[in-house]
Design a protein around this ligand. Structure first.
Ligand code: UFG
Length: 360
């Protein structure tokens, strides 16, 4: 039985959150998930993604529609359940929107985190895994990027919220030794659960490469716009470290295991494959594993985009005992399975989780 048994997952109905919930349940944890449905499909009746996570695992999730800005509501959840650790995914995450509405992003992401930390402390819960991003590194000074690469010179508000939270966690763990926190810096999550039952279903206008490419392959969008083919990379297109969302999920279970047996204060780990893949390479692989043709249109670089970044993931391997298992081909195959099984994403209205707001 895991030592940190009951895990509160904030943003549990979202893309990464729902995949992580599957892994947590399979590792024997009890899951209490909350979501305000800012980025995920769902309503008062619950979340289709979490309903399907229950279907995949044969286990039950306790779900609350809740917002971290509503302190009394979050406090009630902590009063009701003995929570051993929090995995904190909930955040606004659209880079473009963050530039237009900085106060919304600072309020939601920073104040949400502050509320959560205060409530955790009041309930004697000091264990946390925080969802950070490789965006904190800004334009890399070197690749592969190690965890001690400088952070902070970021070009967008969303990324700055991740950076500010990391700084906040540093101060907190230095001031009070009870805290035991792991921040995981994700590279580019793609793919879906191999069952095809859960996957990425963006509620807002989305701009990420894989979901956009899949929409083109489905014929829902006419062409994939490639932002720049004059980068200083082997084929001129941008290079990223794409990681299967199930590998990302297993990184969280590994982080919980480290927290359970050790007092570490604050530790930071990259979660990536360690391999850079260009836009053009990803398109070629996607076409070949799915048997589709993606029409391309080359345009100017996208403002704020970085040339090339990929992770040095050796620290996570050494200290978390974690490494990636899925290939880039599997990332494309699994994403495509999800997309073809659910061309319109999740059902937008249905009776969902078994337990909602603590009641059957
Ligand atoms: N790209 C295209 N066409 C598209 C979409 C993307 O050519 O329609 C290219 C981008 O220019 C980039 C690559 O595909 O070279 C990946 O772009 P994504 O938008 O999928 O991902 P980003 O690397 O820009 O952003 C991701 C996360 C952010 C995070 C950032 C950190 O989505 O949340 O990594 O670098 F902040």
């Amino acid at each position: 039985m895991p030592k940190l048994k009951t895990i509160l997952v904030t943003g549990g109905a979202g893309y990464i959150g729902s995949h992580c919930v599957v892994d947590l349940l399979e590792a024997g944890h009890d899951v209490i998930a909350i979501d305000n449905f800012a980025n995920a499909v769902g309503d008062e009746d619950g979340s289709p993604a979490l309903r399907r996570a229950e279907e995949i695992t044969g286990k039950t999730i306790v779900f609350y529609k809740a917002d971290l800005l509503d302190k009394p509501q979050i406090n009630d959840i902590f009063d009701k359940h003995k929570i051993d650790c929090v995995i904190h995914f909930a955040a606004l995450k659209a880079v473009g929107e963050s530039m237009q509405q900085p106060l919304l992003y600072y309020q939601n992401n920073l104040l949400g985190m502050l509320n959560l930390l205060e409530i955790m402390r009041a309930h004697d819960c000091y264990q946390m895994v925080f969802s950070s991003s490789c965006t904190v590194y800004g334009e890399p000074e070197f690749v592969p990027i190690t965890e001690n690469h400088p952070t902070g010179s970021i070009t967008n508000v969303y990324g700055r919220t991740k950076y500010f939270i990391e700084e906040m966690l540093k101060d907190l763990s230095a001031a009070d030794k009870k805290w035991n926190i792991i921040a995981l810096r994700y590279f580019n999550p793609v793919g879906a659960h191999p069952s095809g039952l859960i996957g990425e279903d963006p509620t807002k206008e989305f701009t990420n490469l894989m979901p956009f490419m899949a929409q083109v392959a489905l014929g829902k969008k006419p062409v994939l716009t490639v932002f720049g083919n004059d980068y200083n990379t082997p084929d001129g297109t941008g290079v990223r470290d794409y990681i299967h969302v199930m590998d990302l999920a297993s990184g969280h279970v590994a982080a919980l295991n480290l927290l359970a047996g050790n007092h570490i204060g604050l530790k930071v780990y990259n979660l990536g494959t360690g391999k850079g893949v260009s836009v053009k390479e990803l398109v070629d692989i996607f076409e070949s594993v799915t048997g589709t043709k993606i029409p391309l249109k080359y345009v100017d670089r996208r403002l704020g985009d970085i040339t090339a970044l990929w992770a040095d993931a050796s620290l996570a391997k050494e200290e978390l005992g974690w490494s990636t298992r899925y290939s880039i081909e599997e990332m494309c195959t699994d994403f495509w399975r999800w997309q073809t099984m659910n061309p319109d994403g999740y059902p937008k209205k249905n009776k969902t989780t078994v337990i909602v707001n603590g009641k059957s």
